[in-house]
Design a protein around this ligand. Structure first.
Ligand SMILES: CC(C)(COP(=O)(O)OP(=O)(O)OC[C@H]1O[C@@H](n2cnc3c(N)ncnc32)[C@H](O)[C@@H]1OP(=O)(O)O)[C@@H](O)C(=O)NCCC(=O)NCCS
Length: 223
């Protein structure tokens, strides 16, 4: 698969180069099954609106089992990582068809978790909400989103932000779903994630109110 060149070397700070031991290679590449642990790590370290969520839940793995790893398993052709100097520092995972994804999630992904997250009432409201979401893969099948059947999650570790990788990952995803004839994309953002909201809004995604809160949407020719 061809490698996508990222921002020019001049835009990468010396600190970043040192931190990731960068040696000329800076790529967006297709994610591989062997990236699973790296994806889970990035997911956990960015899960609280970009901040590290380590220790926030009783089981750190829940974040990735909900927001990252099922995509790698069910939609491997729509998952990419940013790799700098041999380390995965970010990813985008998504699906072109949220309804089909929900069905695969219920039929193929949930059984693999082997009862790790039972649907008992939990004392922590955030954990309770996430476990309920895990057991309700059809939650995003809303009439308002029918014209935007694709969705995605994108996360970069802090040192890799503001270098153009977020835009490049989104452009890669939009191009891929456009090639599949998909008319639009939606995504959910935590209401307190103001930086991400500003990023999406800058790129031209717009807010769409639904019965389940506000989503961001765009036609697939946006990027
Ligand atoms: C949100 C995120 C994906 C954005 O990616 P990024 O690599 O930092 O953003 P980019 O450098 O690609 O920015 C692209 C453009 O958006 C602009 N932009 C980025 N963040 C912005 C902000 N907060 N406000 C206004 N503009 C912003 C940039 O200036 C850039 O403009 P340009 O292309 O004209 O130069 C990344 O910061 C991230 O992973 N954050 C933590 C995890 C997270 O919140 N994920 C989203 C969950 S919904």
């Amino acid at each position: 698969m061809p490698r996508t060149r990222g921002p020019s070397a001049r835009t990468i700070s010396p600190l970043l180069l040192e931190r990731f031991g960068w040696h000329h290679e800076r790529v967006i590449r297709a994610a591989r099954p062997t990236d699973a642990d790296a994806l889970a790590d990035v997911c956990l370290r960015t899960a609280l609106s970009g901040e590290d969520a380590t220790g926030r839940l009783t089981d750190d793995r829940l974040w990735a089992d909900l927001f990252a790893l099922p995509y790698l398993e069910l939609e491997p052709d729509l998952c990419w990582v940013v790799e700098l100097g041999g380390s995965v520092v970010g990813y985008l995972v998504g699906t072109a068809d949220t309804a089909a994804y929900a069905e695969s999630f219920r039929d193929r992904w949930l059984p693999r978790l082997d009862g790790r997250y039972p649907l008992d009432r939990r004392t922590d409201p955030l954990e309770d909400q996430l476990v309920r979401e895990l057991h309700d893969p059809e939650r995003d099948l809303l009439p308002e989103l029918v014209g935007y059947p694709a969705h995605l999650h994108v996360d970069l570790l802090a040192p890799a932000r503001s270098r153009g990788w977020g835009r490049a990952l989104l452009a890669t995803f939009f191009s891929a779903v456009r090639d599949r004839g998909v008319p639009g994309v939606h995504l959910a953002v935590a209401p307190d994630n103001h930086r991400a909201m500003a990023f999406y809004s800058y790129l031209g995604l717009r807010e769409l109110p639904t019965v389940r809160g506000t989503y961001l949407v765009a036609t697939s020719d946006l990027l």
